[in-house]
Design a protein around this ligand. Structure first.
Ligand code: PGA
Length: 250
């Protein structure tokens, strides 16, 4: 049976309005008729409306997400975007990405509140966890960390979340030279650990230097349900090849 592989594109702090338009149109036109894959585009927040207009509701195997969401309710919090404000525009929100955490120093409670906020607005949280270095034993504590992020979230709601395993040492930083993805077997082992604190049907993605060439290795693993793609999602040809490979391997 075909699996529905989830491919999340994290454009990070890239793309002008016209870049975002061209990229979203290109992706939509290229993948419109594919089976076995769902693609979520996460542009910079300012282009979410533009991308939403391109990825409209009739295209069921595409979605739109933000790269972060506020833990705050609407109100006097300058610069924040509350889940309530965007619930009709987005389907997903990345929460706890290591680059966001580095800039904002969010603590566990804040991440937990962001998750609660997203779920209350029917936005699917894509919750990132990942260890700093490959040699560190900290990957063994990732399930505990995830469980603390999910404090107070029922099993039913946990199964609606998406977990993204993003080892910090494997994230490309945008430069092709420094790419070194984790091995697929290593990621599968971590996914098994993470799935101990969420219901078995919860989806776990891998993120870190995913490319059109290596995507098939990841989705061939039983516990990896998709990928979160940074650098490669900014290049139309590479990204659509990656998505087509994912559909082929699903
Ligand atoms: P990368 O980024 O694909 O460029 O390594 C992944 C991520 O940070 O989500």
């Amino acid at each position: 049976m075909k699996r529905n592989v989830l491919v999340v594109a994290n454009w990070k702090n890239n793309t002008t309005l016209s870049d975002a338009h061209v990229l979203a149109m290109g992706v939509r036109n290229e993948i419109e008729h594919l089976d076995g894959v769902k693609v979520v585009l996460c542009p910079p927040a300012v282009w979410v409306t533009e991308v939403r207009n391109i990825v409209h509701d009739q295209i069921h195997h595409m979605g739109v997400g933000l790269q972060d969401i506020s833990a705050e309710q609407p109100g006097p919090t300058t610069g924040e975007i509350a889940a309530d404000l965007v619930e009709s525009l987005i389907d997903y929100a990345i929460i706890g990405h290591s680059e966001t955490l580095k800039l904002h120093n969010y603590d566990v409670e804040t991440i937990s509140e962001k998750i609660h906020s997203a779920l209350a607005s029917k936005i699917t949280p894509i919750i990132c966890v990942g260890e700093k270095s490959q040699s560190s034993s900290s990957r063994h504590s990732l399930a505990r960390k995830l469980d603390s992020y999910l404090k107070g979230v029922s099993a039913e709601k946990r199964s609606k979340c998406i977990i993204a395993y993003e080892p910090i040492w494997a994230i490309s930083g945008g430069s092709k030279k420094s790419r070194r993805a984790a091995s697929a077997e290593y990621v599968n082992d971590v996914a098994v650990q993470l799935k101990k604190v969420v219901p078995a049907n919860t989806r776990v993605l891998y993120g870190g230097s995913v490319s059109a060439e290596n995507i098939l290795q990841f989705i061939a693993q039983p516990e990896i349900d998709g990928v979160l793609v940074g650098g490669a999602s900014l290049h139309l040809r590479e990204f659509t090849t990656l998505v087509k490979n994912a559909a082929r391997g699903s």
